[in-house]
Design a protein around this ligand. Structure first.
Ligand SMILES: C[S@@+](CC[C@H](N)C(=O)[O-])C[C@H]1O[C@@H](n2cnc3c(N)ncnc32)[C@H](O)[C@@H]1O
Length: 364
């Protein structure tokens, strides 16, 4: 069984240099040994990074309240409703949502199936274990094609969502050469056994759509940006199968205008290990998480081009505060206990998960 570093070295030896996107794909997802194939416990205090899910069950409970409301608004009685999650990791968020629905919205719980889009057999096993109590209600598909094949349907009704899914797709990384006035792609090569950055000239994909030529001309030398075609393709495919309902992304990210702020001149690609930002993005592939901010403008445009309407684009604190306000009025959350208050603070406070996280809701 080859480790990610060995697979990457083999591939670089064959091609001399590979794109960073390919490096990231192998580091995170190569079968059996990639970071997300082996590190079940990487999310949370004892792992490498926190997410809203690891802050506690309140996040899932608030989402469950909102999803139940959206499903009721659809007023669909002649076909089955689904909640579909992608990026479910160990199944914890699915369990929080299903637990709350079963307790407080039994009629919705009885009406839906919870579907998980999960390409990895290892992660599916983790999820099956976490969700064993909800077994008859949960169904797995490896992706959109698998869903079409197994159900003989091409369309879905319900809520399709991912928390911190889009930031985990492999990104291409581009640099601006101010002297030559050209973009180049950052690739990865080898110096002996060590991974090193290497420029790839004339990148074929993407960059010209990210930055208008007149803006590029005034950027400082070595200005760096990332491009995630995988995240956009995923959103387009998700939009394509949604017949009626909502498509939701919760993630850290920026808009196209914010992308060119001076504070982002080195890009947003980061490595995380044990809650520390790694100094070397190329070190220890398979041992540290790699992630980049989501370009929400591009995601939003992909959805609109596929016929979706943007319902909401706001910060996570705004989104959750709105849900909590409605929940309290509904008497579902008669008041938060001290533990839930602490969780809400973690989810919304700018020093925790409140600053960078955004929510995009599109609908059909
Ligand atoms: C940053 S983790 C977030 C996990 C969880 N949603 C949470 O918030 O705690 C990203 C997850 O997305 C998964 N993932 C990446 N690409 C995926 C895809 N195409 N379909 C489904 N899951 C994917 C990764 O394996 C990983 O479990």
């Amino acid at each position: 069984m080859k480790m990610p570093a060995d697979l990457i070295r083999d591939e670089i030896r064959r091609h001399r240099v590979i794109s960073f996107a390919r490096f990231m794909e192998l580091a995170l997802y190569c079968p059996e040994t990639g970071y997300y194939e082996t590190k079940r416990d990487n999310v949370g205090r004892a792992g490498d990074f926190m997410t809203s899910v690891s802050a506690g069950s309140l996040f899932g409970e608030l989402l469950a309240f909102q999803f139940a409301g959206w499903l009721a608004e659809l007023r669909i009685t002649d076909c089955e409703l689904r909640i579909i999650e992608a990026g479910a990791h160990d199944g914890r968020l699915a369990a929080d949502i299903l637990h709350w629905l079963g307790k407080f919205r039994p009629e919705t719980f009885a009406q839906i199936e919870y579907w998980i889009l999960e390409p990895s057999a290892a992660r599916r096993t983790w999820q099956e274990k976490t969700l064993s109590a909800f077994a008859p209600r949960v169904r797995w598909f490896t992706g959109f094609d698998d869903f079409k094949l197994k159900t003989q349907h091409s369309k879905l009704h319900g809520v399709l969502f991912g928390n911190e899914l889009l930031d985990a797709f492999p990104v291409h990384r581009y640099g601006w050469d101010a002297k030559e006035k050209i973009w180049f792609e950052w690739g990865v090569a080898l110096d002996g056994e060590k991974f090193i950055w290497a420029g790839i000239q004339n990148p074929e994909s993407g960059i010209q759509h990210l930055c208008p030529a007149e803006l590029a001309r005034i950027l400082p030398d070595n200005y760096t940006i990332e491009f995630s075609p995988g995240a956009e393709d995923w959103w387009r495919a998700a939009a394509g199968i949604l017949a009626r309902g909502k498509l939701v992304a919760i993630d850290y990210g920026y808009t196209a205008e914010e992308q060119f702020s001076p504070s982002r001149s080195h890009g947003t690609l980061r490595a995380y290990h044990r809650h520390q930002v790694g100094v070397d993005l190329l070190a220890d592939p398979g041992e540290q998480d790699l992630t980049a901010h989501v370009n929400f403008s591009r995601i939003q445009n992909a959805g609109v081009a596929a016929g979706l309407k943007t319902e909401l684009f706001c910060s996570q604190p705004q989104f959750l505060t709105r849900i909590l306000g409605a929940a309290v009025k509904d008497k579902m959350f008669p008041g938060l206990d001290a533990r839930q208050v602490r969780q809400f603070q973690t989810l919304t406070h700018p020093e925790h998960l409140g600053r960078a996280f955004r929510v995009l809701v599109q609908s059909r």
